[in-house]
Each structure stands twice: as structure tokens, then as C-alpha cells.
Design a binder for this molecule. Structure first.
Ligand SMILES: Cc1cc2nc3c(=O)[nH]c(=O)nc-3n(C[C@H](O)[C@H](O)[C@H](O)COP(=O)(O)OP(=O)(O)OC[C@H]3O[C@@H](n4cnc5c(N)ncnc54)[C@H](O)[C@@H]3O)c2cc1C
Length: 442
């Protein structure tokens, strides 16, 4: 269960570290033993999922723990429509295990390679105003705490811990088991088309009301957006492999990667690249099982910042962003992704108690992201924006505490559950404003 790992890097290659040790436990008892040993030796532990976060959440020079060997379904309660899985299970594995039994998750984000624990720990979300972030589908969690104890939580059992642990940033303990609400397997009819930004902003309510999952991408320095709409259907599968290859691999990955390379060598070509990308958006229509529609391959490596904003301010924020980009002429050609999510009651969920919109901005992973990210973050903050925990941001406890009504409750619970700061690292100390945990490990 032990492996020396001299070097760890996240997907975007913007975070790397050299943990002293990485553990791959195979069961809950091994997780307990690792935590008890770390406690006895005053060592810090960071648990990592599949490394798809852009922030320093998993960074450690001490113990790294991965549940990649703890994957698969533990049980299925067909009456309650609930499925329990090991927390290290990847979303794509979870999808196929559920689908084999006739079920799906009700909503997902746009990739499926994250672990279920890692995705939910940062508040990962998809789109659709009738759906909350993925963590809202969690019914029950099992954690190994800093004391090395196994604790369960749900709406009925340890309810405060449940509200905190569904989006925990890996700061409350090692989540080992997760129970999700599932729905009968369903198909999605997916349509992509081109539209004008101004028209789209005017028709947002209509698009959100008339579609199960609606999102759009705006191409900087153009008036063009790509609309993506999905709705449930019982029609038969219509998903042409050649068209899928052309759209998902050739256009969105291979050609776009080529354009990113041009952007790197010819930095002033960015408005042209964005315009060509907008021209390349084609009409697409496909029908497939839902989990095959949500996820797309993402081979072009980028850095990303994403903000949750109150939905009622979305249009104004977009207009401010467009004006800022046109005025400052940042070197940006990645389209800006806009999604819509229902509010929830999870303490550190960016969608806590508000109907939300998410706005995501990206740059090639080799390109400097400031001042672009910094200036856009300022606009987001003016409107009460809350950052996606897994994506780049410059926020700290000082200003996060006022953005989250349940901030104090979360940080108190965290301090109570982990008084020695075993699950902290530099990033989390800054995020939670922890200066000197009692008995800071060496
Ligand atoms: C190409 C790409 C596409 C993306 N698309 C979307 C999207 O559509 N929607 C969206 O919202 N986000 C999206 N993301 C962000 C991504 O979903 C999150 O960053 C997510 O947290 C990554 O999951 P992971 O398994 O890689 O976790 P990691 O990044 O490895 O870890 C994330 C956090 O989870 C914690 N954690 C992991 N396992 C456990 C555990 N067992 N117990 C407790 N804590 C744990 C870690 O400590 C860390 O704090 C995308 C990222 C990329 C790179």
C-alpha cells in the first residue's frame, strides 16, 4: 500500500509537489491505520482525487493519500434509489456501473475522469436550472477523521457534518464511502448551434425554462456564441461516430490545440484565433445515453478560473466582462463558458442559497493568466461572486468569510474535527485563515 513518489503534478501542470510518501490504501481499515500513524508522528496528510483541480488543494511535501485503489459499487438500494460507492471511484466507472443496473446520475459536469470524492469536494457542477451541484445528489458519507475514527453522516445522522462534508475541500477527513441518489437511466437529445451573444443574453430565461440542460460559450472579440441544449428523450440513439470524431476530437481538440500553438508563437493572433474558432462551430444533433452526452474529451491543456454569481446579475456581469475584454485586449481565445445551477443548502457550496450562474474563463496552460483572471475576478467580487474551489482564484479567508453565510460554522467544525491541522496545507491555511494550528506538525 506504500509507494514512494518523488513528484506529483495536476492535470493542468500548474501545481506540482514532492510528497514524502504516497499511500494507496485498499480498504477503510488501511485508511484508518495511515491516519493513526500520521497522527502519532504529527504528519500532515492531503488526500488527492484525480488531480483535476487547478488550485493547490492537494499540494503537500508530507503524506499524500489516494483512494484510486478503492473503486466500485458497495451497494444499491433500489427502493430508495440510492447507490453507495467507494470514494475513489472515477465518475466514468460510477456511470457505467450504474448504467449496467439501469440507473444514471441526474446531472454531471463536462468531463468524467474525476473521482466522485474529488469532484464533489470542490463543488463540481453541470448545468440546468432544475439541478444543484453534483454534491446535492449525495445522501450519505463515511469519513475517517483526524482522530482515526470512522464517522457516518447524512441529513438524519450528524446533520451539521453532512452539510459541511458534501463540499469539504478535503479538510474534514478522508471520505471513504459515498451514497448518491440515482434516477432511472435516461437519454439526452443534444443540440449545438450558433447564435448572437446579445440575443442569447435577452433569451436566457426562455432557454433555461425550455431546456433540461442549457449552457453557452461566448467567443471573445466576436458577437458569436455556441448554444448547447440537452433534453430528455426516449428516441433511439443517434450518435454518428464520424461526426463525433470530427466535432469532439478534430474541432474541439486537435484543431484547437493547433490554434493554441499558433497563439503561443504569434501572441497577437488571439482575436483572429477566436474568430476562426467561432466560425468553426457547427450545428450538431445527437441522441445518446445521458452519461455519454455530458462528458467530452479535453485534450487541450488549459488553466481556468470559474465563478458562481447570483443569476439575477448574470447579464450585467457578462456585459461588464465583454466590455473589459474589448477594452484591455487580453490575449484570450478560449471561449467563455456560461452555465446555470439551482441553489442549495451545503455550507461551502458556491451555490449556497441562491439561484446561480457560473462563468468560466480559460487560457492555454503555457500562457500567463494575469491580468486577465485578476481583472475578471474583481468584477465577480463586485457582484458577490464565489469561486469554484477547484479552479484558480486569489481569495482568502478575509473576503471569503463574508461571501459564505455558513463560513463560521464550517471553520468551527473544521477546527473541532482537526485541531492539529493534519488535513491542512499552505493553501487551505490561507483559505480558512488558520494561522497557527495547535501543535503544527513538522
Ligand atoms: C478538463 C477539466 C474539466 C472540468 N470540468 C468541470 C465541470 O464541468 N464542472 C466543474 O464544476 N468542474 C470541472 N472541473 C473541475 C474538477 O471537477 C474539480 O477540480 C474536481 O475537484 C477534480 O476532481 P479530482 O478527482 O481530480 O480531485 P482533485 O483535484 O484531485 O482533488 C480535489 C479536492 O478533493 C479532495 N478529495 C479528493 N478525494 C477525497 C476524499 N476521498 N476525501 C476527502 N476529500 C477528497 C482533495 O483533497 C481536494 O481538496 C474540470 C477540470 C478539468 C481539468
Amino acid at each position: 500500500m506504500i509507494q514512494k513518489l518523488p513528484f506529483w503534478q495536476n492535470w493542468a501542470k500548474n501545481v506540482s509537489c514532492s510528497p514524502s510518501m504516497i499511500y494507496y490504501p485498499k480498504n477503510e481499515q488501511e485508511v484508518v491505520e495511515i491516519i493513526q500513524k500520521a497522527k502519532a508522528e504529527h504528519k500532515r496528510v492531503r488526500v488527492v482525487g484525480n488531480g483535476h483541480s487547478f488550485t493547490n488543494l492537494a499540494k503537500t511535501n508530507q503524506i499524500m493519500l489516494s483512494l484510486s485503489e478503492m473503486q466500485g459499487l458497495i451497494g444499491m438500494d433500489e427502493e430508495k434509489m440510492e447507490a453507495t460507492a467507494w470514494a475513489g471511484t472515477s465518475i466514468n466507472k460510477m456511470n457505467s456501473l450504474l448504467f449496467d443496473r439501469g440507473y444514471n446520475l441526474a446531472n454531471l459536469g463536462d468531463i468524467d475522469v474525476q473521482s466522485i470524492a474529488g469532484a464533489t469536494a470542490t463543488g463540481t457542477h453541470g448545468t440546468g436550472t432544475a439541478f444543484g451541484i453534483v454534491s446535492t445528489q449525495i445522501q450519505k458519507l463515511t469519513l475517517v477523521t483526524a482522530a482515526g475514527e470512522i464517522v457516518e453522516c447524512s441529513a438524519a445522522e450528524n446533520p451539521d457534518l453532512f452539510q459541511a462534508a458534501r463540499v469539504s475541500l478535503g479538510a474534514l477527513g478522508i471520505i471513504t464511502r459515498m451514497t448518491f441518489k440515482v434516477v432511472p437511466a435516461y437519454r439526452l437529445d443534444y443540440r449545438s448551434s450558433k447564435a448572437k451573444l446579445a440575443d442569447t443574453l435577452d433569451r436566457l430565461e426562455e432557454y433555461n425554462a425550455n431546456n433540461r440542460n442549457f449552457e453557452f460559450y461566448w467567443f471573445p472579440y466576436t458577437k458569436t456564441v455556441q448554444l448547447k441544449m440537452s433534453n430528455e428523450t426516449t428516441d433511439k440513439i443517434k450518435d454518428n461516430a464520424t461526426m463525433r470524431y470530427i466535432n469532439q476530437h478534430l474541432m474541439e481538440n486537435t484543431l484547437f490545440q493547433g490554434m493554441c500553438n499558433i497563439g503561443k508563437w504569434f501572441p497577437n493572433s488571439y482575436p483572429l484565433i477566436s474568430k476562426i474558432a467561432a466560425i468553426g462551430v457547427s450545428k450538431e444533433h445527437k441522441i445518446n445515453d445521458s452519461h455519454k452526452v455530458y462528458a467530452s474529451p479535453r485534450n487541450v491543456r488549459f488553466k481556468e478560473m470559474e465563478y458562481n454569481v447570483p443569476r439575477e446579475h448574470f447579464k450585467e456581469i457578462m456585459e461588464r466582462m465583454v466590455a473589459k475584454i474589448n477594452e484591455q485586449h487580453y490575449r484570450v481565445y478560449f471561449p467563455i463558458e456560461c452555465r446555470f445551477v439551482k441553489g442549495d443548502d451545503i455550507w461551502l457550496s458556491p451555490a449556497y442559497q441562491r439561484e446561480s450562474a457560473y462563468i468560466a474563463i480559460h487560457v492555454d496552460h503555457r500562457t500567463p493568466h494575469d491580468p486577465y483572471f485578476r481583472d475578471i475576478e474583481e468584477i465577480m467580487m463586485e457582484f458577490g461572486g464565489r469561486p469554484h474551489w477547484g479552479k484558480m482564484h486569489k481569495r482568502s479567508a478575509e473576503n471569503l468569510s463574508t461571501a459564505y453565510p455558513m463560513w463560521g460554522a464550517f471553520t468551527e467544525l473544521r477546527a473541532k474535527m482537526d485541531p492539529e491541522g493534519m488535513f491542512l496545507n499552505d493553501h487551505l491555511e490561507e483559505v480558512f485563515g488558520v494561522e497557527q494550528p495547535a501543535q503544527l506538525p513538522v
